[in-house]
Design a protein around this ligand. Structure first.
Ligand SMILES: C[S@@+](CC[C@H](N)C(=O)[O-])C[C@H]1O[C@@H](n2cnc3c(N)ncnc32)[C@H](O)[C@@H]1O
Length: 369
């Protein structure tokens, strides 16, 4: 009897697991087919129309009808597009982007724009052989190996948050710093600035400040310099390729920030030491990093489920490639508050404050010397 119950439980567990894996497989295809749809301009063309057939979409985007037709059918079955005349013959079926999907897929300035996620997925799977080699033999995979897609996806995902929330919600949560930046000329160092959108947002919010953005990755620095120039801020935002853990990185700043990068840095203690020196006695230090739980539990929430995914494929190997010799053993994406606090103490900080900012992905820490 007990054996029968046990085997029926195992059977149910197996079936539920298989169902979940098959859904995951289809969900993974969403990411890659959304990447195709964005790169080839399919979503933009669909958003600008009231509905298109496969020959029309192919003609508008300069692509091959047979491929376009397959993509349209796949997107419809996946629930991303709608078909207006399902029973018509394939070449005259007309497809449209549902109203509720337009912003998520095509509006770059929206906080709900998720297309860049698909770029990060494509980038994260680019150096798989190197990743396997690192798992077997140690070492890491440098950030640059994840390519243009990862850089652009990373930049695209955070861009609208920086441009819309940094000046209106995040910095005002440090009233003294906000008032100081509004009132007088000030200097800000933005560590691990990536494509530069945080540096741009700071300069746009506070017309009297000068921002120095620093990043280790040369292509990110180049991209950031282009973004700064296009934003018309080259006179107030300077982006340089520098290693944040390099003690020779000197300067005196009113505020030093690090957005979603401390967990990627091979030697986070050295980087935090740099930040402390750059802020001096009266400057402020702000870190934004992943909003993960306080401790590991099997039932970690959805944010943690996703963050561990990034960690396994990208953040941990990037951190390990950065030659960290701080004995932290590689941080990974799931950097818990305690971990950051341990690094911060080792770097000479005396106190940590979690700022009251509501954000799905980020937790904001202010560090005090
Ligand atoms: C996840 S990205 C975040 C980029 C940007 N802050 C954002 O939020 O979009 C992490 C960034 O940290 C940079 N980085 C990693 N190690 C670094 C180091 N030692 N010094 C400076 N930048 C570093 C990477 O090159 C990358 O651009």
């Amino acid at each position: 009897m007990t054996t029968t119950i046990a085997s029926s439980n195992t059977q149910q567990q197996k079936e539920a697991f298989m169902e979940r894996l098959l859904k995951s497989a289809s969900g993974t295809f969403d990411m890659f087919t959304i990447y195709i749809g964005d790169r080839l301009g399919f979503y933009r063309a669909l958003a600008e129309s009231i509905g298109l057939t496969s020959p029309e979409l192919a003609a508008r985007t300069g692509t091959q009808e047979r491929y376009v037709r397959e993509w349209l059918e796949q997107q419809t079955v996946a629930g991303i597009l709608e078909v207006q005349n399902e029973d018509a013959s394939p070449l005259v079926r007309r497809y449209r982007l549902p109203d509720g999907h337009i912003e998520v897929l095509t509006e770059r300035d929206s906080l709900d724009y998720l297309t860049p996620l698909s770029y990060v997925f494509v980038g994260a799977t680019r150096p798989l052989e190197q990743l396997l080699n690192a798992y077997r033999n140690g070492g890491g995979v440098p950030y640059s190996e994840y390519g243009k897609e990862f850089r652009e996806g990373q930049a695209g995902i955070n861009r609208s948050m920086f441009l819309k929330q940094l000046g209106s919600e995040w910095f005002p949560a440090m009233p003294d710093v906000h008032a100081r930046l509004q009132a007088e000329p000030a200097r800000i160092a933005d560590i691990g600035c990536g494509a530069g959108w945080s540096s741009i947002a700071i300069a746009q919010t506070y017309p009297n400040v000068q921002v120095d953005g620093y990043d280790l990755d040369a292509p990110s620095v180049e991209l950031a310099q282009i973004n700064v120039q296009q934003a018309g801020l080259s006179d107030r935002v300077r982006i340089q390729q520098r290693d944040a853990s390099d003690p020779s990185l000197r300067g005196h700043y009113d505020l030093v920030t690090a957005f979603e990068c401390i967990h990627d840095i091979g030697n986070p203690v050295a980087a935090l030491q740099t930040m402390r020196h750059l802020a001096g006695e009266d400057g402020a230090v702000l870190i934004a990093d992943e909003r993960v739980g306080d401790r590991f539990t099997a039932s970690g929430n959805d944010v943690e489920w996703m963050m561990y995914g990034w960690s396994v494929l990208h953040c941990l190997p990037v951190c390990m490639a950065d030659g960290g010799d701080c004995h932290c053993g590689g941080t990974g994406t799931v950097m818990r508050t305690d971990t950051l606090w341990n690094y911060a103490q080792a770097a000479g900080f005396q106190d940590i404050e979690i700022l009251p900012i509501d954000n799905f992905f980020f937790r904001f820490y202010r560090l005090y010397s």
